[in-house]
Design a protein around this ligand. Sequence first.
Ligand SMILES: Nc1ncnc2c1ncn2[C@@H]1O[C@H](COP(=O)(O)OP(=O)(O)OP(=O)(O)O)[C@@H](O)[C@H]1O
Length: 274
Amino acid sequence: MLRIEQLTKTFGRNTAVDAATVAVDKPMMIGIIGRSGAGKSTLLRMLNRLTDHTSGRVSCEGREVTALRGAEKRAWQADCAMIFQQFNLVPRMDVVSNVLHGTLNRRSTLATLFNLFPAADIHRAIDILDRLGIAEHAPKRAEALSGGQQQRVAIARALMQDPKIILADEPIASLDPMNAQIVMDALRRIHEEDGRTVIANLHTLDTARRYCDRVIGMLHGRIVFDGTPEQLTTGVARDIYGADAGFSEAATSTAIEPVETAPERAVHGAKAIV
Ligand SMILES: Nc1ncnc2c1ncn2[C@@H]1O[C@H](COP(=O)(O)OP(=O)(O)OP(=O)(O)O)[C@@H](O)[C@H]1O
């Protein structure tokens, strides 16, 4: 499905991502972990073509992503939607209009400029907000919502593009533990119910272990671990974080409690956001 081969990015003499190679053969939820500066954001931004690569290649279902230009590149960016730590909403614009801007890639500039949206798109936007548990906030300005609600608006905007892949760059880094859980539950449900691949950069080990089917660890631009949460032992984590014997997992914890099994998580998620 998605192939990343020897993908490299250098900024001057600094190699931010060093020959990253990853194959994703079926939809899954992948967490990327590593200390600050390990290259996680740069890797995601190259996948989405927000940052140009230096060498290597990304391909997806026959498309050579790293070679796309113009309209084809924009179509890829719709198939591979990205959400960010700071939500990147238009603060003074109402929630539903923010979500409708997810259709930007396939609309004329004039229609977008005057906020002219087809009724079918407006209904779909409200359905998506409803699914994420925030439909009642649709007429409010985005800036009036809490951080967790704003991140769900950003997820709704991404879903408006009907993407195959959702890239999330530190989606919960600005949120308190309760909102972090609601947002992670939403991403997990989107993966399980829609079959979309979710690739999320995560600051914390416990979140990666709890929500992801697969964890990729980066250190100094290189992928140093690629395995299941079960394989991610404390010793492996210590290597990924480049820490010494005094390494404590608690230092990378968001303390999302209590830890649940996958089926419990699905039920809990449904309760929390529907
Ligand atoms: N636009 C840029 N110009 C120059 N150097 C950059 C740029 N973007 C990233 N870097 C450098 O590339 C390296 C990897 O940065 P990146 O942001 O990808 O790491 P990260 O793992 O996402 O870190 P964090 O968790 O702090 O966001 C760092 O050394 C960073 O300083």
